[in-house]
Design a protein around this ligand. Structure first.
Ligand code: CP
Ligand code: NVA
Length: 330
């Protein structure tokens, strides 16, 4: 299987076999890391990671994975480059490709990461856009496989804003990998017809079932993993908090929801999460709307069934695999 020189922009650009292979390479890298075995494969390579939006996990995962592979890493923060305001994305892509062997981008429009890929002749990796978060989906599937002992035939239920970037990538990954997907949220936040149709097409090949519903009863006895994400994503208008809270409160992941699924159902979240009042955003929301927990209760988040810290760790191993495979032999 040859990934050399390819971009990693969306899950749909890869076959089930290729995604399977990426997960296997991620597992191998995790083992190496845990055994503290050096794997500096690319001592002569450098990468740049460009962020239009803030990040903890994705930035650190790319940096540490880059260093572990022996590479030099440059971080450009949301205000740290000329891109967009003084220099076009196309020009920036060509310049960066003269310096670096690979480019990571996190930002608003999918179009920007696509343009970076089009105008540079080095691999471009998508670290999240408004429409998808493909490296997150890889880490989530690695975690599900570790915790559930397999993927095929399992059921993943995403509860909340089912048309957001994380859900879009998870639905496509599920459809490809033969995992049943329940997108459970209010009709107003339903995934686009185009994305549903593309996923259905893949699901027909893999045997997965894709269910779009506003009824949390669909999770009863079915969901092996319940996934939550923030109710308002980066880049969305803060004025929408009130409206979102009204729409999404019935979809908060509680211990009752977890217990109604299956006794062994696990909880997943891409993080960061509003499960307590220990952030300024959660404090603001509490003062305005009187709620102290949002997409998940603190009880579920901190329970034994929560796999969120494994997921966070797996971001690094999966991102390392993506970089390794696309940079190999270049
Ligand atoms: N899950 C995730 O992408 O986290 P960051 O926003 O911290 O990168
Ligand atoms: N949907 C969230 C994911 C953060 C990792 C956002 O875009 O803010």
């Amino acid at each position: 299987m040859d990934f050399t020189g390819r971009d990693f922009l969306r899950i749909q650009d890869f076959s089930a076999e290729e995604l399977r292979y990426m997960l296997d390479v991620s597992k191998a890298f995790k083992k190496l890391k845990h055994e503290r075995k050096s794997h500096k494969c690319f001592p002569d390579k450098n990468i740049v990671i460009v962020f239009e939006k803030t990040s903890t996990r994705t930035r650190c995962a790319f940096e540490v994975a880059g260093y572990d592979l022996g590479m030099g890493v440059t971080y450009l923060d949301p205000t740290g480059s000329q891109m967009g305001h003084k220099e076009s994305v196309a020009d920036t892509a060509q310049v960066l490709a003269r310096f670096y062997d690979g480019i990571e981008f996190r930002g608003f429009k999918q179009e920007t990461v696509n343009t970076l890929a089009e105008y540079s002749d080095v691999p471009v990796w998508n670290g999240l856009t408004d429409s998808c978060h493909p490296t997150q989906a890889l880490a989530d599937f690695m975690t599900m496989e570790e915790r559930l002992g397999g993927l095929k035939g399992k059921t993943l239920a995403f509860v909340g804003d089912t048309r957001n970037n994380v859900s879009n990538s998870l639905m496509m990954m599920s459809a490809k990998m033969g995992v049943n997907y329940i997108a459970c949220g209010p009709k107003e936040l339903r995934p686009s017809d185009e994305i549903i149709a593309a996923c259905q097409l893949e699901a027909e090949k893999s045997g997965a079932e894709i269910i779009i519903t506003d009824d949390t009863n669909a999770l009863r006895g079915t969901a092996d993993a319940i996934y939550a994400d923030v109710w308002l994503s980066m880049g969305e208008d803060k004025e929408k908090w009130g409206e979102r809270i009204l729409l999404l409160q019935p979809y908060q992941v509680t211990m009752e929801m977890m217990n109604n699924a299956k006794p062994e159902t696990i909880f997943l979240h891409c993080l960061p999460s509003f499960h307590d009042l220990n952030t300024t955003t959660a404090q603001d929301v509490y003062e305005k709307f009187g709620i102290s927990e949002m997409e998940v209760t603190d009880e579920v988040f901190n329970s034994e069934r929560s796999a969120v810290m494994d997921e966070a760790e797996n971001r690094m191993h999966t991102i390392k695999a993506v970089m390794y495979l696309t940079l190999k032999n270049k």
